[in-house]
Design a protein around this ligand. Sequence first.
Ligand code: BDR
Ligand code: CA
Length: 299
Amino acid sequence: PVPVLVDTDGGLDDALALVFLTRSPAVDVVAIGSVHGNVPAEAAARNTLRVLELLETEVPVAQGATAPLTREVHYRHPEDPVGRLLGPPAAKPVGEPAAAQLLRHVRARPGELALLMLGPLTNLALALQREPRLPGLAGRVVVMGGVFTGDGSVSAVAETNIWSDPEAADQVLTAGFDLTLVGLDVTRQVQPTTGWLTALAQDPLPWGGFAKLLAAAPTDQRPPMPLHDPLAAAVLARPDLVSCRTTPVRVELAEGAARGRTRADSSGRGGQPAVQVAEDVHVEQALDVLIEGLVPGLR
Ligand code: BDR
Ligand code: CA
């Protein structure tokens, strides 16, 4: 199995990604960091610990950045559905901050440790600032974030994880990691079907409640919930689920409506290293891989 460190902002789709990863024979989750995003970093650590408790899995969870690199934190979701559904954990986060934990684990296995980033990229940017050789030391990096075609989610042009800390995202995307960006272009295509949700609800653990939340009738305020973070997790285990184009990517940092937009810059003028941008996804295969991983014994 591929050793992986996961960084998460404690959302519903983050929790499902963790369940999938923990149950996947293709990956070995060695450590987890939390970050501000869907919920505060403290709550993200609690939610993660609670998911791990329910799975009877022990993985160290470190609390991470409580705010973006250069701004006050801005929460878009006042709710904490995972915390509400699962309740508080008995376990506590480890004493080390998430960026320090990441650095220590990457250095312990040069070239081997994959990183799966499911929230704003603040922790990875902090680790990079401390260790500029990090891109050469880390294994594969998969980031849920960005949008290149179609509308943004948090704004007309930006996706939430990137928009929540654009400076961190730009530093990470231009650093030279072997990085795959799994953005809204592909995650929006992976919408759970009724059959998929029914299968999820069969699990004896409380993810049945997740299935209900995911299935909740879409409203103007709440569009149907695509499987953003679970798809990124599935891509880590099964890179063939997506096809990618190779291009440098920059993030718009200027104040204004475009802040947080991801832009492919293939001109070569910027001289930035390229990343892989997922452009297309095998939707049915991805849904199958996910549900079979989430609910063991389904087949
Ligand atoms: C991303 O933003 C968060 O709300 C989700 O957990 C996911 O990581 C989707 O844009
Ligand atoms: Ca997330």
